[in-house]
Ligand binder design. Structure first.
Ligand SMILES: Cc1ncc(COP(=O)(O)O)c(C=O)c1O
Ligand SMILES: *[C@@H]1O[C@H](CO)[C@@H](O)[C@H](O)[C@H]1NC(C)=O
Ligand SMILES: *[C@@H]1O[C@H](CO)[C@@H](O)[C@H](O)[C@H]1NC(C)=O
Ligand SMILES: *[C@@H]1O[C@H](CO)[C@@H](O)[C@H](O)[C@H]1NC(C)=O
Ligand SMILES: *[C@@H]1O[C@H](CO)[C@@H](O)[C@H](O)[C@H]1NC(C)=O
Length: 461
């Protein structure tokens, strides 16, 4: 036994010396060769990276996606199939499936992120930022703030110099934080919250849901304007620019306190005519990079008191937003500002323009359906005059008797969102143009079929 031990000590010492020499050589060589250094020093991240790549490599026939956090079957992550596709590998297209253009899920940017896979991936250690706060006692990443300001100055869509920023869980959370911050402190005369028809339904939904003594939803700005109800009244107006659903660049109607919802104010969707410089502006990652699931938005605020109220709302609601989210957003914005934003915005604009070109070609053959007019404007970002390419088509059924456009489209196997959801007439329906390529292709096919019926014998469906 004793002999064995001594033998082992000698042997182990030799091996240990050999390993040390090898490592030193590696380190020395590594200094001149970054790649070698990285490879030899990776320890705990390798397993997670391998798992991420393994799951990402599952093809799902190109009609679905597998995720690390998806369900597992037979020890294998399950393919999550896109609409109208099924089967274990998503290869089965169900015939006669309706085109779902209902939601504003911004998956159209997914191919961009797959093209930038190496730059946009994030590794999160098991002990990443476990604290409630950053070292400066805040709950907002200063570096992320820097990148947001940098992106705005690069795109030229908002003034951020000398303005306060507040992060929220999506812009959704900031919409109500903003209403709260701007509302009257006098509970016997609550602030009146308004928006211009057609408007994003969340404004009404939230304002009613939170059922505050300080604010109440009052509906449409234009009816207030025409009835002169605004005089001496405390109003908070949502201005959505570009607008959801119709893509219009809106301005304030009532001229009082405003919340500018700039969710779609990016070069994908509209020419950037100049930087927005309003008191309270709200942006979202969802429609910028397409990462709606990350739930990240930000408010840009001029006034210190309003800023403090919005920040306090987030603090009371959440104690600040997820540090994991902020890390991921930082990584995505670093890619977004690469090449002065040209790769991202050229990809997104070209994608939207292509979809609009094909869509207008179909609608130009129709007298039964029309879509919103688009007018060219000079885009400072691209330094060129361009047509807007909105996130949604706002479809109108032109035939007198077809006053429920959603039902007409549904009979043609197209699912949209009815006008009344936006407080407009059901003669209108919104169709989403920002979903996946599969979704768009099917939408276009169904629209083409529907329009082709117009001059045929089976004209009325
Ligand atoms: C006009 C507008 N504002 C805000 C939002 C909310 O976006 P999020 O909460 O994902 O930031 C949306 C989402 O569709 C929207 O259309
Ligand atoms: C609160 O509103 C009521 C009703 O409009 C008004 O009479 C009262 O003067 C207001 N109080 C303050 C402190 O502004
Ligand atoms: C509203 O006010 C304007 C100007 O003060 C006036 O011309 C108009 O007739 C008023 N409209 C109504 C509906 O009272
Ligand atoms: C149907 O007929 C009208 C009028 O002749 C024409 O303008 C339109 O392009 C036709 N539509 C289709 C889909 O052929
Ligand atoms: C914008 O385009 C015009 C005309 O093509 C050109 O003269 C001008 O120098 C460009 N501006 C910038 C900032 O590139």
């Amino acid at each position: 036994m004793g002999k064995m031990k001594r033998y082992c000590y000698g042997f182990c010492l030799l091996i240990s010396i050999a390993i040390n020499i090898l490592l030193s050589i590696n380190l020395y060589v590594g200094e001149n060769n970054q790649q070698t250094t990285h490879r030899s020093l990776l320890t705990w991240s390798e397993k997670a990276a391998a798992e991420a790549e393994e799951v990402a490599a599952i093809s799902c026939s190109g009609h679905g996606r597998a995720y690390v956090d998806g369900l597992v079957f037979d020890g294998q992550p399950v393919c999550e199939c896109y609409d109208c596709y099924g089967g274990r590998d998503c290869s089965e297209l169900s015939p006669g499936c309706a085109a779902d253009a209902e939601s504003g899920d911004p998956v159209f940017l997914e191919p961009f992120w797959m093209q930038h896979a190496a730059d946009s991936a994030v590794v999160i250690s098991g002990w990443h930022r476990m604290s409630y706060r950053y070292p400066d006692y805040t709950t907002m990443s200063e570096e992320l703030e820097n990148y947001i300001r940098k992106l705005h100055s690069l795109v030229g869509n908002a003034i951020t110099e000398g303005r306060y920023l507040v992060f929220g869980i999506g812009s959704s959370q900031l919409l109500n934080a903003a209403v709260y911050a701007l509302s009257s402190e006098n509970s016997s005369s609550p602030s009146n919250v308004l928006a211009s028809i057609p408007f994003y339904p969340m404004y009404k939904e939230q304002t009613m849901f939170f059922n505050s003594e300080s604010f109440q939803f009052e509906g449409d700005t234009n009816s207030w304007q025409s009835n002169n109800w605004t005089n001496n009244m405390d109003v908070i107006e949502f201005v959505t620019s570009p607008n959801n659903p119709d893509g219009e660049l809106k301005k304030s109607v009532l001229g009082g306190k405003t919340i500018y919802d700039h969710a779609y104010f990016w070069p994908h969707f509209t020419p950037i005519t100049g930087p927005s410089d309003h008191d309270l502006m709200i942006f979202t990652l969802s429609k910028l990079t397409g990462h709606a699931g990350t739930r990240f938005g930000w408010a840009i605020i001029k006034d210190k008191d309003v800023y403090e109220k919005v920040a306090n709302y987030i603090s009371v609601a959440d104690l600040g937003i997820s540090k994991d989210t902020q890390l991921r957003v930082l990584k995505l914005l670093k890619v977004s500002v690469e090449g002065d934003g040209k790769p991202l915005f050229e990809f997104s604009y070209n994608k939207m323009r292509d979809r609009w070109d094909r869509l207008t070609a179909v609608f130009s053959k129709s007298t039964r359906f029309s879509i919103q007019q688009r007018h060219p404007l000079h885009c400072n970002f691209f330094n060129e005059t361009r047509l807007p390419s909105p996130a949604y088509a706002w479809v109108k059924c032109e035939r007198e008797e077809e006053d429920d456009c959603g039902a007409v489209l549904e009979a043609g196997k197209i699912i949209g969102r009815s006008g009344s959801i936006f407080s407009a007439k059901d003669r209108y329906t919104r169709l989403s143009l920002i979903k996946s390529q599969d979704d768009f292709e099917l939408l276009l096919q169904r629209l083409t079929e529907l329009v082709a019926l117009e001059n045929g014998s089976i004209e009325t469906m």
